[in-house]
Design a protein around this ligand. Structure first.
Ligand SMILES: Nc1ncnc2c1ncn2[C@@H]1O[C@H](COP(=O)(O)OP(=O)(O)OP(=O)(O)O)[C@@H](O)[C@H]1O
Length: 278
């Protein structure tokens, strides 16, 4: 496989705070790499460097071709835009050098796939969070990028849009696109991700995460942190709005599930996850 982009010893500080110490990563053609980590660990910062929208203080980002097409979905797509999705996508597509005829066809197909057709002539500033996120995703994939960088792309997307995004990522990968992404809702991406890395203390682990199936994530509603504080089997727990994500070794998951039911918690999701055990 050919290398598409290499980040070499990236360092980044904001003020006096060093966010990224010395991070290196290679992305091959057709490869899908996930960069995971806790809130504030530097995932978005790292992705911005990879997408070329921000420069590191030191280190290098080297692309295989200086004319590489890069699609980037920021963590928060601007929600104040006065354009409609149709206008905005035509505008960015033209800047990206796509012909009008091709643009028309591609925009209409993508709007349809994301069920955004009926909102395509409303101002972006009036759309819901999920629909704005869809516009952000479409603008990134419109030029059929060689490198696609997605920062928490699922945020706000409903189930059918999530499934559509997964299909699209699979199609792009088949056509040769390399994808670098970050997310918290891990299980849904496990089919498409080839390799996941974890940022901790400003550094990227080089080692492989534990094998798939080894760790399960359980999303539960109706329980508090106090309910689970003595559950020593938990590898980690995270609060997500009104649910709790519980990370547990697969062999302990049945036990945890029955405890949740005993406490009358509502199990929203159970899935496998790539997760690095410290
Ligand atoms: N432009 C900026 N100026 C100053 N500080 C910043 C800037 N961007 C990010 N930071 C800081 O850098 C740290 C890492 O932020 P970053 O957004 O990269 O983390 P993250 O891992 O993506 O977090 P999350 O999962 O919460 O989105 C945070 O402490 C953040 O406040």
């Amino acid at each position: 496989m050919n290398q598409l982009v290499e980040l070499k010893s990236i360092k980044k500080k904001y003020g006096k705070k060093t966010i990224l110490y010395d991070m290196s990563l290679r992305l091959e053609e057709k490869q899908v790499i996930a960069v995971l980590g806790g809130n504030g660990s530097g995932k978005s910062t790292f992705l911005r460097m990879a997408a070329g929208v921000e420069r590191p203080d030191s280190g290098q980002v080297v692309y295989a071709d200086k004319n590489i097409r890069i699609g980037y979905v920021p963590e928060r797509f601007p929600n104040y835009l006065r354009f409609t999705p149709n206008e905005y996508l035509h505008y960015t597509g033209r800047i990206g050098g796509i012909s009008e005829a091709e643009l028309k066809q591609r925009i209409s197909s993508l709007l349809h796939r994301f069920q955004l057709d009926k909102w395509s002539d409303r101002r972006i500033s009036t759309l819901s969070k999920g629909n704005i996120q869809k516009v952000g995703i479409i603008q990134a994939i419109l030029p059929q990028p060689e490198l696609l960088v997605l920062d928490e792309p699922l945020s706000g997307l409903d189930f059918s849009a999530q499934q559509e995004l997964l299909l699209i990522l699979d199609e792009l990968k088949e056509r040769g696109t390399s994808i670098l992404l970050t997310y918290h809702e891990a299980p849904i991406f496990e089919e498409v991700v080839d390799q996941a890395y974890y940022i901790k203390d400003g550094q990227l682990t080089e080692e492989k995460l534990v094998e798939k199936d080894a760790v399960k994530v359980i999303e539960v509603k109706g329980l508090t942190d106090i309910d689970v504080q003595e559950w020593n089997e938990l590898i980690n727990k995270e609060r997500r709005e009104n649910s709790l994500l519980l990370y547990v070794n697969s062999e302990n998951s049945d036990q945890i599930l029955s405890r949740i039911l005993e406490l009358q918690g509502s199990i929203e999701y159970v899935g496998n996850i790539d997760y690095k055990i410290e």
